[in-house]
Design a protein. Structure first.
Length: 244
C-alpha cells in the first residue's frame, strides 16, 4: 500500500513529517499527538515523548507496546494519553496511524451532540458518521482525559469501525491505514465540520448519499489523491523551512 512505511527508520521519518504537516495545517496544537504502528512489530507503535509536535525529530520518537510501556527505555516523559493509541491499535488491526487533536472545528459537535455529516466530497470517508465518546469516569483520573487503559478501551469501542470519534469537550481521535491517509482524513474532517456549521446556520445541510460517498472514496483515498496531497504538504514544509 502506498504511503505505508516498511521499516522502522522510514516510519520514524514519516512520523516526523506527519507531526509537522498537521501543525502547519492548524490541525495539531502543542498538546496533541500522532502515532504510527511499528511496521516491523504490529504489537508496538511509534510515538514521540511528550514534546510539542512542531519540534519532533526522529530521535524523539520512541517505541511503545500496546500497554503504553516504553520499549526503548529512554526515561523520557511520555504523553499521558498514550493509552488511546495502544487500545485503538489493539482493537483495530486495519489501523496503522492514529492522531488525537483538539482542533476547534470539531469541538461544537462534541459539546452539543449534533451529528457530524459528510456534507462535502472530500470528507466522504466519514459518510457513516462520527460517534461521540462521553464516558470519562475513572476512579484514579479526573477530568475529560483518556489516561487509563480502561478509558482507552471504552473509547476504542465507541470508535468501532469508524474513521474518527469525537471526545466531548476534548477534540477527537482520527485513524488511518497509513500516515499520509491519516493526515488527509484529519484535514478533511476539519474542513467538513467548518462547512457544516456554516451551512446549518442557514438550513439543514444535505449529506452525501452512500453511493456518492463510496464513489468519492475511490478518488479521495486512492493512491493518486493521497500522494498528491502528501507530496504537496511535504514540499510546503521544505519551502517554509519546516523540515528538521
Amino acid at each position: 500500500m502506498w504511503g505505508r512505511a516498511e521499516t522502522l527508520s522510514e516510519a520514524r521519518q514519516q512520523l516526523v513529517l506527519a507531526n509537522r504537516i498537521l501543525v502547519r495545517l492548524g490541525l495539531l496544537d502543542s498538546m496533541g499527538h500522532v502515532s504510527v504502528r511499528d511496521p516491523e512489530d504490529p504489537s508496538a507503535y511509534l510515538l514521540s515523548w511528550s514534546k510539542a509536535p512542531r519540534w519532533v525529530r526522529e530521535d524523539d520518537v520512541l517505541v511503545f507496546d500496546l500497554d503504553g510501556r516504553d520499549r526503548t527505555g529512554s526515561g523520557k516523559p511520555p504523553y499521558m494519553e498514550r493509552a488511546l493509541h495502544g487500545e485503538v491499535y489493539r482493537a483495530r488491526p486495519d489501523v496503522h496511524a492514529v492522531v488525537h487533536t483538539h482542533m476547534p472545528s470539531v469541538l461544537p459537535f462534541g459539546l452539543t451532540g449534533r451529528p457530524v455529516k459528510a456534507v462535502v466530497h472530500s470528507a466522504a470517508m466519514f459518510w457513516e458518521g462520527v460517534p461521540l465518546y462521553d464516558d470519562y469516569f475513572d476512579p484514579e483520573h479526573e477530568g475529560v482525559y483518556i489516561i487509563s487503559q480502561e478509558q482507552a478501551r471504552r473509547m476504542a469501542a465507541c470508535l468501532g469501525s469508524r474513521r474518527a470519534v469525537l471526545l466531548r469537550g476534548h477534540g477527537c481521535v482520527v485513524v488511518g491505514s497509513t500516515l499520509p491517509e491519516l493526515v488527509v482524513s484529519t484535514y478533511s474532517l476539519d474542513q467538513n465540520c467548518r462547512v457544516q456549521w456554516l451551512a446549518e446556520a442557514v438550513a439543514p445541510a444535505k449529506p452525501l448519499r452512500e453511493e456518492e460517498a463510496r464513489a468519492m472514496l475511490r478518488v479521495r483515498l486512492g493512491e493518486i489523491g493521497i500522494r498528491r496531497a502528501w507530496e504537496n504538504w511535504v514540499q510546503e514544509l521544505q519551502e517554509a523551512g519546516w523540515l528538521p
